[in-house]
Unconditional design. Structure first.
Length: 252
């Protein structure tokens, strides 16, 4: 019985640790890959535009945006060129991460390349795909032109889900080992019902043990009293016999 109680206590302790592990989610500080990838390339009349960005990053880290604009004709005047970057809060709610004004009210020089590098921080609650919107408004020799393309860019890894998946895999392995130990000890599978039954049995045995311990204490007290009473009885019996056998002295 003592061995069974020890095994039950061990299993209860293990389950407590597993419960704490499930409740606890560690912060992940994985670094971004840092690799740049071309996400957009388009040749417009008089202008060619290329947009590159960090291929992959994680929440709380940075992503870099690179925009390259080449003037391919004469007489190109830019009213405005802007780019906006969007992410998704919790992977669902669209969120503006940054809006960058690249050019405004400027005449371009033929065959001249302009380039911008911009670094922005990804919030901790943003993951999944991100995308960019390019707002282009310009003219060639007074002939206006505009476009507003949007395109996917950097992937923000959901490191929280990755951590949960890793923890789940580890817990599944631990569960397999516990189930094996459970079967070896009690010849039953490790289920919530069986564990609840054993837990109830443990507390019933614990209460019986406590009650038995109290009974043993009472028995010790009774035994001590009986010994004292026996010694006292023997003493009085011996005294009585002595007095009865003692002859009185004669004085005549």
């Amino acid at each position: 019985m003592v061995k069974i109680l020890k095994k039950i206590k061990t299993l209860i302790a293990i389950f407590a640790v597993l419960s704490l592990t499930l409740a606890r989610i560690q912060d992940v500080t994985s670094q971004a890959t840092g690799d740049m990838l071309m996400f957009y390339s388009e040749d417009y009349p008089g202008i060619s535009i290329e947009v590159s960005a960090t291929a992959e990053t994680v929440p709380g880290e940075n992503m870099t945006l690179n925009v390259r604009i080449n003037c391919t004709a004469r007489g190109v005047s830019v009213d405005s060129i802007k780019i906006s970057v969007y992410g998704f809060k919790y992977g669902r709610e669209e969120l503006l991460l940054d809006s960058i004004s690249l050019m405004e009210n400027i005449s371009l020089i033929f065959d001249h390349i302009s380039q911008w590098n911009h670094t922005l921080n990804v919030p901790n609650d943003v993951w999944g795909a991100t995308y960019a919107e390019l707002h282009l408004k310009y003219s060639i020799m007074g002939d206006p032109s505009k476009d507003d393309p949007n395109f996917s860019i950097t992937i923000v890894r959901n490191v929280y889900l990755e951590e949960l998946e890793s923890m789940l895999q580890s817990l599944n392995q631990t569960y397999g080992l516990l189930n094996q130990t459970f079967w070896e000890c009690f010849q039953m599978n490790l289920t919530a019902e069986n564990f609840a039954l054993l837990n109830q049995t443990y507390w019933e045995l614990h209460e019986n043990y406590t009650s038995l311990k109290g009974s043993i204490g009472g028995f010790d007290t009774t035994r001590t009293a009986a010994i004292v009473l026996s010694v006292t009885t023997v003493f009085f019996a011996a005294t009585t016999v002595y007095l009865m056998m003692r002859k009185p002295k004669q004085y005549w």
